[in-house]
Design a protein around this ligand. Structure first.
Ligand code: GMT
Length: 383
């Protein structure tokens, strides 16, 4: 099949899922065309039947604001037409589903391209609810040929918040369990924790919704009972505030802000516990990647996290903001080696059994096949 994929190319979870999906599909013999404003972060170092089409933005004095939705729609039309795409699969509804709708209408006289929209989280639970976006988001979701969401939580939220009259299929996020596998003899561990301290890790885009200061407060409690270090991966608006809090608490020596990193499996392999105290999380891809590296997770009980983190088996969940309880759970796990081993094995097993790339990609393939089988024949004269 020939699939066009549009996503945000930066470090957000939706871009990661879209890119990993495209790469996995290419390895299974499909032709993949990424359409975005910059090369998706995880697409470098990959060679296969994968093309990248950059959306060109025209600068004109009259345009006070960039017209990305329009430029993206035009690029979609161009790529769909000249590369004969079967499907446009857009990740994150705003504005991608809108651009895809426009592209579909432009192409309609000559080509019945199918549009699939995958909802990831804040496109539905936060940004999409703003009054200036809501009607357009609802319309664009309903106009998609098929809609998927990454968790049952997000599916239900979309139905209730937007009163959507359309079937939403849940296709959970996935992980390459061969790539995200715990490595032994990790040098990174020795550098971060030379005296055998435990390592806690947090991976996010440091937006307020991730509650990074809670992560630091949890760590501050844990380190008083368990000799430990905290490693923070990623960057974003709350990084400076988080660094300031670390200085204020006098724990800078034990907290490493690594910024954006690409060698996540190495970092996760060195870690004993992931902390994810988010305010809102439709799935929690970073938690899944940690679990695949045999790292248990202590998280908040928000959104789709309980669908991933099994309380008392692969980690623990607690109310949003309950840093004392999360710290208690972390101390419990980090100071009981047998329990940690069991949770670590359970985490790996859950990633392998339920969220393995090999199991999830065929679900998308079947969806594409279903959509393509419904393609309307367009007579030659119409072309
Ligand atoms: O919050 C992020 O990390 C970015 C955001 C995105 O769309 O790029 O992530 C959302 O999609 C991820 C991939 O499906 C999910 O794992 C995240 O849970 C979700 N984030 C939120 O719901 C806050």
């Amino acid at each position: 099949m020939k699939i066009g994929i549009t996503c945000y190319p930066t470090y957000g979870g939706s871009g990661v899922v879209a890119t990993e999906l495209g790469k996995a599909l290419a390895l299974r013999g499909h032709q993949i065309h990424f359409i975005s404003y910059s090369l998706p972060a995880r697409l470098d170092n990959f060679a296969g039947d994968v093309f990248y089409h950059e959306v060109e933005m025209s600068q004109y004095p009259l345009f006070d604001f960039p017209l990305y939705t329009d430029s993206l729609a035009s690029k979609m039309v161009d790529v769909a037409k000249y590369h004969d795409l079967d499907v446009l699969h857009v990740h994150y509804a705003i504005p991608h589903a809108t651009s895809a709708f426009v592209a579909k209408q432009i192409l309609a006289p000559t080509k019945d391209i199918k549009v699939i929209t995958t909802l990831h989280g804040t496109d539905v639970t936060l940004v999409g609810l703003e009054p200036s976006f809501l009607p357009l988001v609802k319309f664009s979701i309903e106009q998609s040929d098929y809609v998927t969401s990454v968790s049952r939580f997000l599916q239900m939220k979309t139905y209730t918040m937007y009163n959507i009259d359309k079937e939403i299929e849940v296709i959970p996020n996935f992980v390459d369990t061969q790539k995200f596998i715990r490595r032994k003899d990790c040098q990174f561990r020795e550098r971060i924790a030379p005296n055998g301290e435990k390592i806690m890790v947090h991976v996010s885009n440091f937006r307020p919704v991730k509650r990074v200061p809670d992560t630091i407060r949890i760590f501050d409690i844990v380190r008083k009972s368990v000799p430990s270090k905290l490693v923070l991966v990623g960057d974003g608006p709350d990084r400076s505030e988080s660094e300031r809090l670390t200085r204020e608490l006098g724990i800078s020596e034990d907290v490493k802000f690594l910024g954006k990193q690409t060698l996540l499996p190495e970092i996760l392999s060195a870690s004993d516990l992931m902390l994810m105290p988010s305010q809102s999380e439709s799935f929690g891809l970073s938690a899944l990647e940690a679990m695949s590296c045999s790292v248990p997770v202590v998280s908040s009980s928000t959104g789709g996290l309980p669908e991933l983190v099994l309380h008392g088996e692969t980690g623990f969940i607690a109310e949003i903001g309950d840093v004392n309880r999360m710290a208690k759970y972390a101390i419990d796990l980090l100071s009981d080696e047998r329990k940690w081993q069991l949770f670590s094995q359970n985490s790996r097993k859950r990633a392998e059994d339920k969220f393995n790339v090999e199991q999830i990609i065929p679900l998308y393939e079947r969806l594409y096949e279903r959509a393509i089988s419904e393609t309307r024949e367009i007579s030659v004269s119409a072309k």
